[in-house]
Write a protein that binds this ligand. Structure first.
Ligand SMILES: C[S@@+](CC[C@H](N)C(=O)[O-])C[C@H]1O[C@@H](n2cnc3c(N)ncnc32)[C@H](O)[C@@H]1O
Length: 217
């Protein structure tokens, strides 16, 4: 079996979010406590710079902008034009001068400056892409904090439920499988990596700090 290319995964994701964008915000109600916990765990300070990875419709932007204040900066980006249009609308309507969102993929992101913190909130496809991970973490200031939250398979003793988890994830991702340890491609880049399960085991939340890259690397 040949695995789909990154380009194909991105194409499928964009098509899925074209259909999902309109109802997306309503569907996020049940995971709101996870979002607030992930953002609180970043311990953002006024004046800091934070990147909202795959920001979607911008649901995290109100919390992020209030944490860094007007002296800070929030960057967001998303490859789905339908999701990003909603984030842009939110930014313009609220008049947040310290928030900037970009239409681009994680694999091609360029930022005006390096960041103190990253939020990966339900960004499974991005976490499974080594190209995206190395591109994003290249924008980290030394020791930048990282928060990650998402869906995972239940432990083995609840395995029959994982068919349901797979199909729940299917509608949101270009590469919906690979849910056993979705964090395992980013974790090697992080110090102090800590992870806990959420939602009776079908979710996880993790924190870490971007490892220093040796200067001769
Ligand atoms: C489940 S949504 C999460 C959105 C937002 N982080 C939130 O918490 O509401 C996943 C988002 O990742 C975006 N995405 C997926 N793959 C991407 C990639 N390679 N580059 C940029 N965005 C991507 C999708 O377009 C979608 O908006």
């Amino acid at each position: 079996m040949t695995l789909p290319s990154e380009a194909e995964i991105q194409r499928v994701s964009i098509a899925k979010y074209q259909r999902r964008a309109a109802g997306y915000d309503k569907s996020c109600g049940p995971t709101w406590p996870i979002r607030t916990r992930a953002i609180a765990g970043l311990q953002l300070q006024p004046g800091e710079v934070v990147l909202d990875v795959g920001c979607g419709t911008g649901l995290s932007l109100p919390l992020l902008q209030s944490a860094v204040g007007t002296s800070g900066k929030v960057y967001g980006f998303d490859q789905s034009p339908d999701m990003l249009a909603k984030a842009l609308h939110r930014v313009q309507t609220e008049g947040w001068s310290q928030v900037e969102v970009f239409a681009c993929s994680a694999q091609s992101l360029t930022l005006p400056q390096k960041v103190d913190a990253f939020l990966f909130h339900y960004t499974h496809d991005i976490l499974r892409s080594p190209t995206a991970i190395s591109r994003l973490l290249a924008w980290a200031k030394p020791g930048a904090r990282v928060a990650i939250a998402g869906i995972q398979y239940f432990p083995a003793w609840m395995a029959p439920l994982n068919l349901w988890v797979y199909f729940k994830n299917y509608g949101y991702n270009g590469a919906p499988g690979d849910l056993r340890s979705p964090w395992d491609r980013i974790a090697p880049y992080l110090d102090d990596f800590e992870r806990t399960s959420t939602q009776w085991g079908m979710g996880y939340i993790a924190f870490g700090r971007v490892k220093a890259i040796p200067s001769d690397a």
